[in-house]
Ligand binder design. Structure first.
Ligand SMILES: [Zn+2]
Length: 59
């Protein structure tokens, strides 16, 4: 019997996202853009307006 462990790929990984400037974790997603190798999300800090870009890879 073979046991296969499935890893959920649709699970959001925003837990570790912290603003470098003010340290808050509240972000507004400006836009989401699908790419050939994943998804690029543009986010903006709710408090100080610091813009960050996150990349999510689709396997
Ligand atoms: Zn901030």
């Amino acid at each position: 019997m073979t046991q296969v462990s499935t890893t959920p790929t649709s699970e959001p990984r925003h837990q570790g996202l912290v603003c470098r400037r003010c340290g808050c974790r509240h972000f507004l997603t400006v836009y989401t853009r699908p790419r050939h190798d994943g998804i690029v999300r543009r986010k903006r800090c709710r408090h100080c307006g610091q813009a960050i870009t996150t990349r999510e890879k689709i396997i």
